[in-house]
Design a protein around this ligand. Structure first.
Ligand code: UD1
Ligand code: UDP
Length: 364
């Protein structure tokens, strides 16, 4: 079977790392990188550390408005899909790379397997929600990471195509989280100084359009971090670098340590050793949960309802007092509760595709 996998952004590299390895044991895979993320510490480093095969193609498309990015990717991907004529297109998550690949493939009648299907925030101002809904409704095979994803797809009439396989992010966490010791993690500040990880720290990640494009929201989040009882490590997504640096300088924040984005092995190590996590990332919320760390999610919608139990993950508005209050609330960790699968979702994903290997609608 020939499968074209399309990736473009950081979270997709992590998922592809575990799924591609499994897929290539018995099938031929062509890996296309759209170029959406391109800095070494947002892309190349993930391929190296996680031993992801070198992409067969890199479209080099990034930035611009959502429509510009999606449109350019569709044109580039269509050309490659016509050339490669795969049996399946494999997609992950909810980025513009996901949506553009889905739109290109469906018009060529190529079956699409969407991994992380069914995740819903019910917020149409969340750009990823639109990508998720559209991709799910035009995909052939919908593979959910959790039961809530299955429930959402049932409500949308997608039941016949939906299957629960578990979360490849959990596979990755189980496979990689022992690879590095915290003593080996070194951070590079945005001022390009090399520093050690403090003995005790909170871990912040914040990159969502909802938080970073409104200065007051980011300022409130930073003020909350200044009020905490230990340093806060914040690897800054490039979209937010200038604003974060300017705010820190203007407000003379001392507690907040702004660093360059870290690699995946460092990031999961930082999660495991942090006091607590503050984030707006879908991935970080789950990793905090996997590691049993208390998490406050600065968003006004739930992405992973399974994590919102026993105080383990709580929503907060981007308001200093609320974030600090939510962080101080206790959590109870029940290690026997694992709604993200058994760490073998990659095997189940490949099996699901194999069982439908003869679905091929492409016009050759
Ligand atoms: C994208 C995804 C989001 C995901 C995130 C993972 C969409 C709509 N959103 O958001 O779901 O959570 O990736 O991190 O696809 N930039 C760089 N260097 C890079 C990458 C980006 O400088 O390597 C800058 C560019 O100026 C770009 C901006 O960051 O315009 C935003 O990047 P983009 O890929 O559009 O969105 P993300 O916020 O990364
Ligand atoms: N991550 C990383 N370095 C960082 C920040 C995040 O390796 O500096 C990892 C982390 O494991 C996270 C994953 O990248 O789960 C996904 O990233 P991101 O938060 O950008 O995307 P989302 O999960 O919100 O789509």
């Amino acid at each position: 079977m020939k499968v074209v996998t399309v990736v473009g952004a950081r979270p997709q590299f992590i998922k592809a790392a575990v799924v591609s390895r499994q897929l290539r044991k018995s099938h031929s895979e062509i890996l296309i990188h759209t170029g959406q993320h391109y800095d070494y510490n947002m892309s190349g480093q993930f391929f190296e550390e996680l031993d992801i095969p070198k992409p067969d193609y890199n479209l080099g498309i990034s930035g611009g408005t959502h429509a510009q990015m999606t449109g350019k990717m569709m044109i580039g991907l269509e050309e490659l899909l016509i050339k490669e004529r795969p049996d399946w297109v494999l997609l992950f998550g909810d980025t513009n790379s996901t949506l553009s690949a889905a739109l290109s493939a469906v018009k060529l009648h190529i079956p699409i397997c969407h991994v992380e299907a069914g995740t819903r925030t019910h917020s149409m101002t969340n750009p990823e929600e639109i990508n998720r809904i559209c991709t799910d409704h035009i995909s052939t095979l919908l593979l959910a990471s959790t039961q809530s994803g299955m429930d959402e797809m049932h409500k949308e009439g997608l039941k016949g195509r939906a299957f629960l396989v578990g979360d490849p992010m959990y596979d990755a966490f189980t496979q990689y989280s022992m690879k590095k010791d915290i003593s080996e993690v070194e951070l590079t500040t945005l001022e390009q100084k090399r520093i050690k990880v403090p003995e005790s720290y909170y871990y912040l990640t914040c990159h969502r359009e909802e938080n970073t494009s409104v200065e007051d929201n980011l300022l409130e989040i930073f003020k909350a971090m200044e009020g905490l009882d230990a340093k806060v490590i914040y690897p800054v997504h490039p979209r937010n670098k200038q604003r974060a640096l300017a705010l820190k300088e203007r407000e003379k924040f001392q507690n907040l340590v702004l660093t360059e984005p870290v690699g995946y092995l460092d990031s999961i190590c930082l999660v495991k050793h942090a006091k607590k996590i503050v984030t707006d990332s879908g991935g970080l919320q789950r990793e905090a949960f996997f590691a049993g760390k208390k998490c406050v999610t600065v968003l006004d919608f739930v992405v992973w309802p399974e994590t919102m139990v026993a105080g383990r993950n709580t929503l907060s508005a981007p308001k200093k007092e609320e974030i600090m209050k939510k962080l101080s609330e206790p959590q109870v960790v029940d290690r026997s509760y694992q709604p993200f699968g058994d760490g073998y979702s990659a095997q189940k994903i490949v099996k699901q595709i194999e069982e439908r290997r003869y679905i091929n609608l492409i016009r050759k």
